[in-house]
Design a protein around this ligand. Structure first.
Ligand SMILES: NC(=O)c1ccc[n+]([C@@H]2O[C@H](COP(=O)([O-])OP(=O)(O)OC[C@H]3O[C@@H](n4cnc5c(N)ncnc54)[C@H](OP(=O)(O)O)[C@@H]3O)[C@@H](O)[C@H]2O)c1
Length: 366
């Protein structure tokens, strides 16, 4: 088609081109910011091994980003790090795992910013600012030593959620020239319902900068509550918060069994016991003066009427040594977590009647 190349026509075409380029630039920028248009540059977060725990963490984050800012409390917005994750990569091996991610996370609006990668870790890691290692602990060495990975993690924040693996062990999987910041965080199974107790390991000799620390808090408060402990305490934290949910399940199951024995229908017994436990934990967390935490012993005494049924039941528990037994379970799990971290196998089957000296030796690393 012939056209008159008049100055007017050339100007109009140039302006059109400029407008298209501007619109495309703005669209790209908005996408990089997670679509909320409030942060200057969003971070890219890659989950290496996105199974049960990776999905729970991404679920919390995507849900939070999909919820409009106006619905979030002022404090939540104030405490935010300068840059939030806005693009996501989830890495898995099988198509079954890829389908699971789509099935569980597809409901969130921010899912459009997530890319699923199958059998390809190096590119999404290279693309990332922050990496979460979410595969099984024994797979970490292989994942980090695969081709292209050492270059890809260089200079990045690497968060390991792998039980039993220390920061030093993870750093040792990488060549000495691979400088990256490795932080250990231990969420628990209640992440699935955003009630995790996540413990973030701190290193007094190499504290995180304020913004990285704020980012760690932001990520893990998407799935529950966060506490910080020195790395040396992580085996005890693994026992308390990682194994703790199983211990609590056993207590709930046992109390319900008593009620079932006394004629309460099974499902009602589990429901009533679980809600009773939930109510009491809420009182321990916030039942004190001004909404502060309350000591469990005070709450226990408050409901133990002299001559009543509660003190009767409590004395049965004390006579059977339940307090000491539960405390011992946490101590035992701490020792086992330490041995697993050292790569030892058969740790539950080879020891009997641990001496106090042995427990102290393992816990203190002597
Ligand atoms: N579950 C918990 O309650 C809990 C609590 C605290 C800490 N943790 C820690 O969290 C980590 C994950 O536990 P999980 O229960 O989420 O395990 P999981 O459900 O088995 O998830 C592991 C994921 O890693 C993927 N994967 C395996 N090898 C890979 C590779 N080479 N490259 C990329 N992806 C790979 C798997 O994909 P494929 O299935 O396709 O292989 C799977 O999606 C563990 O280190 C565990 O110690 C778990």
């Amino acid at each position: 088609m012939e056209r008159d190349l008049t100055p007017d026509w050339i100007l109009k075409q140039t302006l059109n081109l400029q407008q298209t380029a501007l619109m495309s630039f703005l669209k790209e920028k908005e996408s990089a910011m997670g679509g909320n248009g409030e942060s200057s540059e969003g971070l890219t977060l890659t989950v290496l091994g996105c199974g049960t725990m990776g999905i729970a963490i991404l679920g919390g984050i995507l849900d939070s980003l999909s919820t409009s800012r106006s619905k979030q409390s002022d404090t939540a917005v104030q405490d935010e790090p300068k840059r939030l994750p806005s693009r996501f990569n989830a890495c898995v091996r099988s198509s079954k795992s890829a389908e699971r991610i789509k099935g569980e996370l597809g409901q969130y609006e921010a899912f459009k910013h997530l890319t699923i990668h199958q059998n390809s870790n190096a590119n999404p890691t290279q693309d990332a600012d922050v990496i979460i290692i979410g595969c099984k602990p024994h797979m970490v060495r292989g994942v980090l030593q695969a081709e292209g990975m050492q270059k890809a993690v260089k200079g990045k924040l690497v968060i390991s959620i792998c039980a039993g693996l220390t920061e030093e062990q993870i750093v040792a999987f990488l060549p000495s020239a691979t400088h990256c910041t490795v932080v250990r965080a231990l969420p628990n199974t209640a992440a699935a319902v955003r009630e995790s107790m996540t413990v973030i390991a701190t290193s007094p000799s190499a504290p995180l900068d304020q913004d990285t620390d704020a980012l760690m808090t932001w990520i893990f408060t998407r799935i529950g509550r966060v506490a910080r402990m020195p790395s040396a305490n992580m085996d005890a934290c693994t026992a308390l918060c990682g194994s703790g949910p199983a211990f609590i399940a056993l207590i709930v199951e046992s109390m319900a069994a008593g009620a079932i024995a006394m004629g309460i229908p099974r499902d009602d017994a589990y429901f009533m016991t679980a809600q009773t436990a939930r109510g009491m934990t809420q009182l321990i967390l916030t039942g004190g003066e001004g909404g502060k935490a309350e000591h469990p012993a005070i709450l226990k005494d408050k409901v133990s009427t002299p001559g009543g049924c509660t003190i009767g039941g409590l004395l049965v528990l004390e006579e059977a040594g339940v307090r000491g037994t539960l405390a011992k379970a946490v101590r035992e799990a701490t020792v086992v977590a330490g041995l697993l971290g050292e790569g030892k196998g058969g740790v539950n089957g080879t020891r009997r009647n641990l001496s106090t000296a042995y427990v102290l030796a393992v816990v203190l690393g002597a």
